[in-house]
Design a protein around this ligand. Structure first.
Ligand SMILES: Nc1nc2c(c(=O)[nH]1)N[C@H]1C(S)=C(S)[C@@H](COP(=O)(O)O)O[C@H]1N2
Ligand SMILES: [Mo]
Length: 435
């Protein structure tokens, strides 16, 4: 690797990223950001970052290229139109939402997380946008957004999108990639047409096994025609009536970072199946092998492994439905309580399943109390739970929430470790200081 670290005087790192992200990566990290591999901070970049933080960074060698220190996050303009999100990376932009800002039953657009694998398209105008449906169909089609609206039934549903890597930050040994804590999940109200209706209109051939999704974002390398991500789902999942080709988000247009003007929403499965800036869906007679479909991407070992285990290459399988999970959205953790009772609330969801019950513990899991749980307004929406807990005396408590789905599966306390840090559905805990 060539040493491109320059001796420029310390200046605002975020500004440098805004001016020219590739150059900033080279100057600051000595390499171009690659989400899967770690570069490190050194030379003038290290000096600049240290100056901004006001102190030295003992573990700077562990900071991956493109990494923005938490203390500086939130200052970036990448989050225009977003409110209170924590920036994890700004090349590409990745930002999550703190749990207490996810309290609404319908996640406002301002609080929907952002997970980008590449560089979003600059032109996100609905006018002139075209979606192509082809591959193994009887009648390939190219449709404008107006065509979608006029030719197919338009539906509105609340649908959960959760990143497969949500919760990765808790992995030990750590897994590379965005260090999501809890907030790479949202349940917005999406408006669009059913993917199944559009595929039926095109005519699905008998030999189809998988869909393949293409968006308009560019690869980080800038290489023409190279896709940052192209995932797909088995045709059986694709025909589920709750998958939408969406042009509306919470009664308005989609946010540019959430896929404007058109995206897939494939609820219940890893968020990566929900292609943003959707340009093309094609049908295949093999399992789709686009970028982030193969290798270890969005795959877990086919059997349980010990933390740190080196899983042989052939032993990974594609993640399908996401596991049952819940999030305490009120109160915010570290809450100070004067008095003896506290109202607990949050949401629970369960991949392709529904949530049967949510239980709450204030004694580190020794005993559990059943929370009240609302029915989902439609399949794949998250379900609200509420419970009043009573503390016996002053002191430190943890409130734990554990959801159980209609197949009898519950959230574990610990993490089912896997090399890439997926599917962490361990119980959410918030602390309470009772005086
Ligand atoms: N075109 C495109 N679609 C994409 C992505 C992407 O990088 N490019 N990221 C995927 C991933 S990994 C997730 S988790 C969801 C996140 O959707 P959001 O950014 O609207 O929250 O979008 C998916 N769709
Ligand atoms: Mo994701």
């Amino acid at each position: 690797m060539t040493d491109n670290v320059t001796e420029t005087p310390p200046e605002d790192i975020l500004q440098r990223y805004e001016n020219d992200p590739e150059k900033a990566d080279l100057e600051i990290f000595g390499r171009v950001a690659n989400n899967n591999r770690r570069g490190f901070l050194r030379g003038a970049g290290l000096t600049a970052m240290g100056a901004m933080l006001g102190t030295a960074i003992p573990f700077h060698r562990n900071m991956p290229a493109g990494f923005i220190p938490e203390a500086l996050a939130g200052q970036s303009e990448a989050l225009a139109g977003k409110d209170g999100l924590t920036l994890l990376n700004d090349r590409p932009v990745n930002a999550e939402t703190p749990p207490h800002l996810l309290n609404d039953d319908v996640t406002p657009t301002t609080r929907h997380f952002i997970r980008n694998n590449g560089v979003p398209p600059e032109n996100t105008a609905a006018d002139g946008w075209k979606l192509t449906i082809d591959g193994l169909v009887n009648a390939p089609m190219t449709l404008s957004i107006a065509d979608l609206k006029s030719k197919f039934e338009v539906v509105t549903e609340r649908l959960v999108i959760e990143c497969g890597g949500n919760g990765r930050a808790a992995f030990n040994p750590p897994a590379s990639g965005n260090q999501w804590t809890l907030g790479a999940v949202a349940c917005s109200e999406w408006t669009g047409v059913r993917l199944a209706d559009v595929l039926k209109a095109a005519g699905v051939k008998d030999n189809v096994v998988y869909t393949a999704h293409v968006g308009a974002d560019a690869h980080l390398s800038g290489k023409e025609g190279k896709l940052p991500i192209s995932r797909g789902v088995p045709i059986e999942k694709a025909m589920n009536p709750h998958n939408l080709i969406a042009f509306g988000m919470n009664g308005a247009d989609l946010h540019p970072m959430n896929g404007a003007p058109l995206r897939l929403v494939v609820p219940g499965w890893p968020g990566s199946c929900s292609q943003k800036w959707l340009k093309r869906v094609y049908l295949r007679d093999i399992v789709h092998d686009g970028p982030k479909m193969t290798g270890k991407a969005y795959r877990v070992p086919a059997y349980p492994v010990e933390a740190g285990f080196k899983v042989p290459k052939g032993d990974f399988e594609i993640i399908n439905a996401m596991p049952v999970k819940s999030l305490i959205t009120t109160p915010q953790t570290k809450i100070k309580v004067s008095g003896r009772s506290l109202q607990i609330g949050g949401h629970a969801w369960a991949g392709d399943n529904t949530v049967d019950r949510v239980d709450i513990s204030i004694d580190f899991g020794a005993t559990w109390q059943k929370a009240s749980l609302s029915k989902a307004p439609n399949s794949y929406a998250w379900q609200r739970f509420e419970h009043m807990v009573k503390f016996p005396m002053a002191g430190y408590y943890e409130v734990w929430a554990r959801a159980t789905d209609d197949a009898g599966r519950s959230q574990p306390f610990g993490i089912a470790w896997n090399p890439k840090g997926y599917l962490n559905n361990s119980m959410h805990r918030v602390s309470a200081y009772v005086s």
